[in-house]
Design a protein around this ligand. Structure first.
Ligand code: G3I
Length: 381
């Protein structure tokens, strides 16, 4: 069983702002689910103005992936994040390449700036991500044995989770473990971690994170599990089989992230996605929508029509999910179309900017926001 204390200095290495204000910060986080604002309509529901309270007292939270440079330099963006979000997720600031660009040299300044921004605005933070095949710094290519890979994986998770213990209450521990085209239900995506450690890298990552912050909710996160095609079916089957193995082995995994990078052109498999979610829920795992956006490169250029199609796709997904289970939250992968990863891979051929997110480039709400907001204020199954 991994132990968090090995190798760590005895002193608390969190920044002073986190140590000094931790109790107040945590108290704020504890009440935030029902108390903070998330845009006008959501604020109304939380304050009871609509007269609706969920039987269990908790609505799903709404939030978005954010970028530290944009938070620093773009005041309208910063204001939009504080106005609309209850939770923020560093989009890249907690990935290996940023946190440990050189072996053994940890750099948390970008992540800290997001945590401090969240703290001073009463927002929660989710951590993303501790074990992924991508965004690895070049030095990791020299890792050449199982023992070395285990030591590096454990060391990285210890440093990172311990730094934010009690401050980041929810982590995407393992990201995208299932290959795009699994050939069996035991198939895992090839990575440094599978090559050197094999499937054991997953329990190792979860056990290490759990040892370093026993109160944190630990998630496993993947994409392309929403559709009708054979690829998506195989991915769901392999994902569910992995979750069952982890639960059978008492691995401390608490939730599943349905990323929901929704391809406009692929049909959502309402029945089979529903079956998958029911099975996941039956395993006692939380479900969260962790990276929602709608990839609009195949949609017509007309903005109003495109925004409508993006909203409809969002509705299609959320209808399916909420029919089965109330997710603990809906996180979009970016808040405004001004800051989105989508054009990196899915630029439109007509040269028009992508519009995959709830707010436009001027921080104005789009129809997608209204859809998300309606589900956030709803009490699900
Ligand atoms: O920092 C440079 C910037 O200075 C430069 O102007 C810009 C030009 O393209 O590149 C910037 O860095 C890029 C960064 O995104 C910010 O846009 C990196 O090259 C690029 O690799 C990085 O991509 C990120 C990607 O993960 C890889 O880490 C995306 O932002 C991020 O949205 C994406 O997120 C992933 C999730 O972690 C996992 N699920 C899928 C999701 C989307 O691919």
């Amino acid at each position: 069983m991994p132990d968090c204390a090995d190798n760590l200095p005895r002193t608390d290495r969190r920044p002073a702002v986190m140590r000094q204000n931790r109790r107040a910060f945590l108290q704020a986080l504890g009440t935030m689910v029902v108390a903070s604002s998330c845009g006008p309509s959501i604020r109304a529901a939380y304050s009871g103005e609509l007269g609706r309270e969920c039987p269990n007292g908790a609505h799903p939270v709404f939030g978005a992936a954010v970028r530290s440079d944009a938070l620093r330099n773009d005041a309208p963006y910063r204001q939009a994040v504080t106005k609309f979000c209850q939770v923020v997720v560093p989009e890249g600031e907690l990935k290996w390449a940023t946190v440990q660009p050189k072996r053994g040299q940890f750099s948390f300044s970008d992540a800290d700036s997001i945590v401090q921004f969240a703290r001073s605005n009463g927002l929660n933070v989710r951590g993303h991500t501790l074990a992924w095949y991508a965004a690895l710094p070049p030095w990791t290519a020299a890792i050449g044995s199982r023992a070395e890979a285990e030591a590096e994986l454990v060391g990285h998770i210890r440093q990172t989770v311990t730094r934010y213990a009690g401050v980041i209450p929810s982590w995407d521990v393992v990201n995208e473990p299932i290959p795009d085209r699994p050939t069996s239900v035991r198939d895992l995506r090839e990575s440094l971690w599978t090559k050197q450690i094999g499937p054991d890298y997953i329990p190792l990552a979860f056990k290490t994170a759990h040892a370093c912050d026993p109160s944190a909710r630990l998630f496993i996160n993947d994409y392309d599990i929403e559709y009708e095609d054979a690829r998506s079916r195989a991915k769901r089957d392999a994902f569910l089989a992995l979750l069952r193995r982890l639960k059978d082995d008492n691995v401390p995994v608490h939730g599943v992230g349905v990323q929901a990078h929704l391809a406009g052109s692929r049909a959502i498999d309402r029945a089979r996605l529903g079956d998958f979610l029911r099975a996941v829920h039956g395993l006692g795992l939380d479900i969260m929508i962790t990276e929602l956006d709608v990839i609009d490169n195949q949609f017509p250029g007309d903005e109003a029509l495109r925004d409508k199609l993006v909203a409809e796709k969002t509705q299609e997904l959320l209808d399916c999910v909420f029919d089965i289970v109330q997710p603990t939250g809906i996180v979009t992968w970016g808040l405004s179309d001004k800051y989105t990863w989508v054009p990196i891979y899915y630029k439109r051929q007509d040269g028009l900017p992508n519009r995959p997110l709830p707010l436009d480039r001027d921080m104005q709400v789009k129809p997608m926001y209204s859809v998300v907001s309606e589900f956030i204020t709803r009490c699900g199954a």
